[in-house]
Design a protein around this ligand. Structure first.
Ligand SMILES: Nc1nc2c(c(=O)[nH]1)N[C@@H](CN(C=O)c1ccc(C(=O)N[C@@H](CCC(=O)O)C(=O)O)cc1)CN2
Length: 292
């Protein structure tokens, strides 16, 4: 039960993703009418089953939306130079508009260095340093997918963000840090008072307990328990760890007894992340075609 005596409202990501993908599909139609087939290239390194599965999901979605999706699968023994060569080839290919490297990649490879080889305008994950810089400065560019998905999810469900206290537990480059920049921007769906705290702060619950909107972004399974949540707060589970394809969320399901609204373990932030990937991809194709 929540503080109001009712079960927390469930903030599903599914309808958000459907809405975003419907807009993407319209964009694809317009591009195709202009003779452009948007292309989202994928790169997989190694034989991780879960990663191969996510690539298949993205390729299936790409086909449904009308994208082409060239794919390169490098062996686990590939060198950093091999990976850079693949990315340089995609950079040079004017028919490829977006590129993603599925992570994790094998431990001997450096994901961040590879990302720097990628043309920032083809970076559909929105993780290139140039795109992080654009985000920091409030300039247009591809946004990191999970943060963009969370902003869209809150807006879709009518959760007011402007002027409210958002606390993000976790400061990682894929979620905590970019989300803080995004939600602090001056826009009606953002404009929040944002605090980033991390698990290295001994009394981090002091921060999370005062959040009107709490975003778990720590990647520590079950770290958020009911006693860390302000009664009636909105709780967003963004941080996850994977065991194979099994998703281990940061937020314990019992938090629904305290929260006013909460994202579900399955069908919450995850589907919005994939939708935002395609939004970035269609926008990259539109920009390249002079239709952006
Ligand atoms: N280059 C990238 N690599 C990875 C990303 C990414 O965004 N870009 N994210 C994850 C994997 N991933 C997409 O690639 C991804 C994983 C899971 C989901 C999802 O929607 N999960 C379901 C839960 C499924 C379950 O537990 O039953 C959900 O949240 O509802 C979407 C995308 C790592 N690599």
């Amino acid at each position: 039960m929540s503080s109001t005596g009712t079960t927390a409202r469930i903030l599903s990501g599914q309808p958000v993703a459907e809405q975003v993908l419907a807009e993407v599909a319209e964009g694809v139609l317009a591009l195709r009418a202009a003779g452009v087939t948007p292309a989202l290239a994928t790169v997989l390194v190694g034989d991780d089953d879960a990663s191969a599965g996510y690539i298949r999901i993205k390729q299936r979605q790409a086909a449904e939306l009308g994208f082409s999706s060239p794919h390169v699968h490098l062996p686990a023994s590939a060198s950093q130079a091999d990976l850079h060569r693949v990315l340089a080839d995609f950079n040079a290919d004017k028919d490829v508009h977006g590129v993603l490297v599925q992570h994790p990649i094998p431990g001997h490879l450096d994901y961040d260095r590879a990302l720097q080889v990628l043309d920032p305008d083809k970076d559909v994950d929105g993780m290139h340093p140039v795109n992080m810089g654009r985000l920091a400065l409030g300039l247009p560019g591809p946004l990191p997918c999970t943060p963009a998905g969370i902003e869209a999810l809150l807006a879709f469900h009518g959760v007011p963000v402007s002027g409210r206290e958002v606390v993000i537990l976790g400061r990682g480059a894929t979620l905590g840090r970019p989300l803080a920049m995004l939600l602090a921007q001056k826009r009606p769906t953002a404009n929040a008072a944002v605090t980033v705290v991390h698990t290295g702060v001994a009394d981090w619950p002091r921060y999370t307990r005062r959040a009107e909107i709490l975003v778990a972004a720590a990647g520590v399974p079950g770290i958020i328990q009911p006693e860390h949540v302000r009664p009636g707060a909105v709780v967003v589970g963004g941080g996850v760890r994977y065991e194979g394809r099994r998703l281990l969320p940061d937020v314990d399901e019992s938090c629904a007894e305290v929260a006013g609204a909460i994202t579900p373990r399955v069908g919450g932030v995850g589907p919005t992340t994939v939708a935002m990937l395609f939004r970035n991809a269609v926008r990259a194709a539109q920009r390249a075609a002079g239709m952006g």
